[in-house]
Design a protein around this ligand. Structure first.
Ligand code: SF4
Length: 331
């Protein structure tokens, strides 16, 4: 932590709790934060992008090269806007599904669909309506207006690093506490373990502590397309681990480490034409070689781990000698 942040508070026997200075744009009535100017501002997407490919991070956030709109992005942002309108209604009764439909219509952006004919665009639009209708069906029976939607925050985590972001949906729990929900518009849901390891939800947990002075009871990713909300309890979220990841990325950004890290995602990268890993874009460019190399190394690591497991099993039942004497030639 820098001099601007206080030292960690430690309860007897409990792990240290990171202490954060107030957000740059506090809620009404909250204290005005001290003036500050962090060297590095990160967000969940920035950290995630850097961890996937440092060079992509540089192209996108430092060089600020334009990217092309995609149908998935445009569609996802229209869904988010509609959900925000619906959950923000301060009504004693659940707002009707027409509120969602109207907001979808009002926030629909054609930018990502410019390459499509009218019929294809309509398919995307109808699919969005279906997704919203199911969301309405799932949540209208127990509707509680959101504490906040798209709640913006900026946290000083010390060392001239700030983390900013916006929480999709802060829910009121049945016991009067807070629940944090991030809406996802991917087609497939993620596992409970993925949700517990979510850097994004760990950052939002920190933000809730700062904005409302209390931690959420639970955090969740709501996969609105399959209609599945995966909830984990607060103790499962590794806030300290998240802070370490953010600081590690900040340090590398500060050191200007921006190497290319090819992966299958390169096929969708807007900047492939500029990327040294894909120079020439032929079948044997180093980018493709690296993707294959990573895949083979992962497979080798899996095989080696399995070999050790099997050796233990064989040794347990048949003795160490058998394992040592095993023929390593062809089957
Ligand atoms: S093409 Fe791949 S390696 Fe190159 S910048 Fe894009 S994501 Fe990174």
């Amino acid at each position: 932590m820098s001099a601007r942040a206080s030292s960690p508070v430690t309860d007897a026997g409990a792990p240290p709790v990171p202490v954060l200075t107030p957000a740059a744009e506090p809620l009404p009535g909250m204290p005005t934060p001290p003036p500050r100017d962090p060297d590095i501002r990160l967000s969940y997407s920035r950290v995630d992008t850097y961890e996937r490919c440092p060079l992509l991070f540089k192209f996108r956030y430092i060089d600020k090269l334009p990217s092309s709109p995609s149908p998935d992005l445009s569609w996802g942002s229209a869904i988010h806007a509609a959900l925000e309108v619906w959950w923000s209604q301060k009504l004693p009764k659940p707002p009707p599904v027409e509120v969602l439909y109207r907001a979808l219509y009002d926030h629909w952006e054609d930018a990502g669909f410019s390459e499509m004919d009218r019929e294809r665009k309509l398919e995307w639009y109808r699919h969005a309506r279906d997704v919203l209708a199911r969301h309405h069906e799932m949540y209208s029976t127990d509707y509680r207006p959101a504490v906040a939607c798209e709640q913006w925050f900026e946290l000083d985590i010390g060392d001239s690093v700030a983390v900013r972001g916006s929480i999709d949906h802060v829910a009121r729990t049945a016991s009067g506490g807070l629940g944090i929900v991030d809406w996802k518009t991917n087609r497939r849901a993620r596992s409970r373990r993925d949700v517990a390891n979510s850097l994004q939800l760990a950052i939002y947990t920190l933000a809730a502590r700062e904005l409302w002075g209390r931690e959420p009871e639970w955090v969740a990713l709501d996969f609105v397309v399959p209609g599945l909300r995966v909830i984990v309890e607060r103790p499962e979220i590794d806030v300290d681990g998240a802070l370490q990841r953010i600081r590690a990325v900040a340090g590398k950004v500060r050191d200007e480490l921006f190497s290319a890290s090819p992966s299958p995602l390169c096929d969708w990268c807007d900047y492939r034409g500029l990327c040294p890993a894909f120079e020439g874009d032929g079948p044997d460019v180093p980018g493709r070689a690296l993707v294959e190399l990573k895949r083979l190394r992962r497979r080798r690591a899996r095989d080696e781990a399995r070999i050790v497991e099997l050796e233990h099993l064989v040794a347990r039942y048949l003795g160490e000698e058998v394992t040592l004497e095993l023929d390593v030639g062809p089957d």
